[in-house]
Design a protein around this ligand. Structure first.
Ligand SMILES: [Zn+2]
Length: 91
């Protein structure tokens, strides 16, 4: 479930999730369009980070120091010091 940024190439940028609009920006010219596009991308980035954080809160990846997985989490492949995903570290 990844949000999508859509530009109707006329006057509006929207962010949709599963086809449903969750946020929209209007623009009048090219300069404004660039600013709003940046805002839309920031919004999506924040959405993804928040979603990941919420998922990690309910089901955190646990680093097992005895498994020999090294620096990276076996579950997601990210460094286990990435605290966005890895809220619990087993010693
Ligand atoms: Zn992980």
């Amino acid at each position: 479930m990844t949000p999508r940024v859509n530009d109707n190439d006329a006057d509006e940028i929207t962010v949709t999730l599963d086809g449903k609009e969750i946020r929209g920006w209007s623009y009048a010219d090219e300069a404004e369009r660039r600013v709003k596009m940046r805002a839309a991308r920031e919004f999506v980035e924040g959405w993804l980070q928040a979603t990941e954080y919420a998922a990690a809160k309910t089901e955190p990846h646990v680093f097992d120091a005895t498994s020999g997985d090294g620096e990276n989490c076996a579950k997601c492949g990210a460094n286990w010091r990435d605290t966005t995903r890895h809220l619990t570290v087993a010693a």
